[in-house]
Write a protein that binds this ligand. Structure first.
Ligand code: KG4
Ligand code: ZN
Length: 332
């Protein structure tokens, strides 16, 4: 079954075709990131207008890569969470395609999509499993009994992990917008972390699976104000603090639910230290860590198509509407 998926939840416009949820057949991603760099944050109005500019050329290019549109069996689209103006563009385009090609339309939750980036490269994923989704807007820990059977364990009480990376990158003067990757590159150049353990590891001792990262920003700012440490050292200690919390909570969840597989997903899943430390901690306890390749961690439509295949809930077109605040276990 070939599913053509459209993803427009924020500042990426993406279209992909995936066979049986696991074979990537075509994929195109355009981004309006450069426009938001100028303003130091995503401007929803600009993001939506860029979605309008990009959507037709992106779908067109994806169909050119794929071949004959008669071989498309269903359309899928992200319905949330995200920016309402951006979501509308993708949803309306998907509805039009569904009508023209006379194929069903499958709504997809963007957060669940991130988990399915793993299915494009791993054939032996076993349920039940734990999934950690770490993106710019979310930090969610879930127990997955099977496709479509998710139990929410905990999430962030304030900033998401990616948001904390981005805000700290800004305080450190590294980047105005989406500086997470630059922060991690800076941290990698720190030879000795003389600040080891000096930043808080929020909620680590709490008996819950919730996260809190906003206090780390203030603590990092206080370190910067002391003018005694290099940007490299502060970036390194900040990254260690975030990763320590993510790893320990995920390990605790894997132990509690006795799972043999843990699935990672979201933009922050590209972080080298998180991948390395989580792999080490889980391997030690005999648990397998399944990670998406770096190129599928950020937003794209490949994983939306895969999620649609394994969670096929096609709905009447009139019922498919944007849901900007959709949670990971919410129904559409
Ligand atoms: O999933 P994603 O592409 O978009 C959302 O759905 O939010 O995640 C983007 C987030 C941004 O906050 C970005 O800075 C962060 O992922 N990110 C990273 C790295 N690469 C991307 N954070 C830390 N280390 C990285 N290597
Ligand atoms: Zn995302």
């Amino acid at each position: 079954m070939n599913i053509l998926a459209i993803e427009t939840s924020c500042d990426e416009t993406a279209c992909a075709v995936v066979g049986d949820g696991v074979r990537e057949l075509a994929s195109v991603v355009a981004s309006s990131k450069e426009f938001h760099e100028k303003t130091g944050g995503v401007v929803p109005e600009i993001a939506a207008r860029k979605q309008v500019d990009f959507i037709v050329p992106v779908i067109d290019e994806c169909l050119n890569q794929f071949g004959d549109k008669k071989d498309i069996d269903a359309i899928a689209v992200t319905v949330g969470p995200g920016l309402v103006g951006s979501l509308i563009v993708g949803i309306e385009a998907a509805k039009a395609l569904s009508l023209i090609l006379d194929k069903p339309l499958i709504p997809v939750n963007h957060l669940i999509g991130h988990i399915y980036a793993n299915f494009l490269v791993h054939i032996d994923i076993k349920f039940p499993a734990i999934a950690l989704i770490v993106s710019g807007g979310h930090t969610d820990l879930v127990f997955i009994k099977g496709h479509g059977e998710l139990e929410f364990l905990g999430g962030t009480l304030d900033d998401a992990a990616g948001e904390a990376f981005d805000k700290t990158a800004r305080i450190l003067g590294l980047s105005n917008y989406l500086g997470g990757v630059l922060l991690s590159q800076k941290a990698a150049t720190c030879e000795t972390n003389s600040l080891a353990g000096s930043l808080p590891r929020p909620l680590l001792t709490e008996n819950s699976f919730d996260f809190s990262f906003s206090g780390l920003k203030t603590a990092t700012k206080n370190l910067i104000d002391k003018k005694a440490f290099s940007v490299e050292e502060i970036a390194c200690e900040f990254q260690e603090a975030v990763v320590d919390v993510l790893v320990e909570k995920t390990v605790k969840a894997a132990k509690k639910f006795s799972v043999s597989n843990v699935l990672l997903g979201g933009g922050v899943a590209a972080n080298g230290l998180l991948r390395e430390n989580l792999m080490r901690a889980l391997t030690t306890m005999g648990c397998k860590l399944v990670m998406p390749p770096i190129r599928l961690c950020g937003d794209n439509a490949v994983y939306i198509a895969s999620a649609a295949f394994f969670n096929n809930v096609s709905q009447p077109l009139a019922d498919i509407v944007p849901n900007p605040s959709l949670g990971i276990t919410s129904t559409f």
